[in-house]
Each structure stands twice: as C-alpha cells, then as structure tokens.
Design a protein around this ligand. Structure first.
Ligand SMILES: [Zn+2]
Length: 162
C-alpha cells in the first residue's frame, strides 16, 4: 500500500518556494512549470547541498504570502517541516510531500524509548523494541506529544523469533 501524497497546485499566491532533493524536485516539476507559465515569482532550492541553517535563513527572509513546497525523503522531511514551522509557515502556507520508505517512531510501553519501523508495516507486523527487546504490537494511534505511534506488549507468545 502506497500512500504517497502528490503535490497539489495552490493558486493565487504571491510567490512560490520549492525545495527538495532530486526526486522531490522531480515530483514538483509539474507545479514549477505552471508557476513559470503564469509568470509568478518563485525560487527553487535544492536541499541536497544545503545545511539546515541555510534553509531556515532562506525561509525567514521570505515575505508573507509565499507558499512553500517541500518534497523530499520521509526521513528528512520532518526536520524541514519543523524548520518551516519555526520560520512561521503554517499548515495552510506549505505542502510537504514525502517519498521513499517512511520510517516512523514507535513508543515502547515498557521502557518509553523509541524504535523505528517502516510505516508500511504499521498495523500489520509487530516489531521489537530496539532498547528492551519487548515484542510490540503497534497501534495506528499517533501520539503528537511523543511524536510516535504507541506500541503495546503483544499477548502472543509465538515461536517466530527472528
Ligand atoms: Zn522497550
């Protein structure tokens, strides 16, 4: 099951900001072309070569009314999202498009540490806590407070040790 979000063109903004990695910018190309065709000002930043501080400087210098597109690997998308929010972009002023395997954090109910798993396995496969090795069944309940999905101890005592 793929749930990759496609970028959607949000019209009538004063300026458009695009940033992403190789594949991300590729996916933004149809929108960049539309913006070019309509002769609206825009900037493109390739994220592969930028440090985080550069990005936040760039974002902070944008005027009100700019619309931001960020398209990159899931693993890095969250960081840029945090930066954008810090720089004053709200959910209505930005779109974040991830690609590749999305790794999510699972919060262990026993040791309260986080373990990474692929989002594709969410709700299907149990995982094992990296820290205390408890076998966790992962709910699709996302906790914004912990920025992770909650993992519960599995009741099954099966023999499928891997
Ligand atoms: Zn644990």
């Amino acid at each position: 099951m793929k749930t990759e979000k496609q970028p959607v063109f949000v019209t009538s903004k004063r300026k458009y900001l695009f940033c992403g990695d190789n594949k991300g910018l590729e996916r933004l190309t149809p929108i960049i072309k539309k913006v070019m065709k309509e002769n609206i000002s825009f900037e493109v930043v390739y994220l592969g070569e930028k440090e985080e501080t550069d990005i936040s400087l760039w974002l902070k210098h944008q005027r009100m009314g700019s619309f931001l597109y960020v398209a990159m690997e899931w693993s890095k998308l969250e960081d840029v999202k945090h930066l954008a929010v810090e720089c004053g972009f709200s959910e209505e002023e930005a779109q974040f498009i991830g690609h590749g395997v999305r790794m999510i954090d699972v919060f262990c109910c026993k040791c309260h540490q986080k373990t990474k798993m692929s989002s594709e396995d969410l709700g299907k496969l149990p995982t094992t806590c990296f820290h205390c090795h408890l076998k966790l069944s992962v709910s699709d309940h996302y906790s914004p407070l912990r920025e992770s999905y909650l993992g519960y101890a599995t009741l099954e005592t099966g023999s499928d040790h891997r």
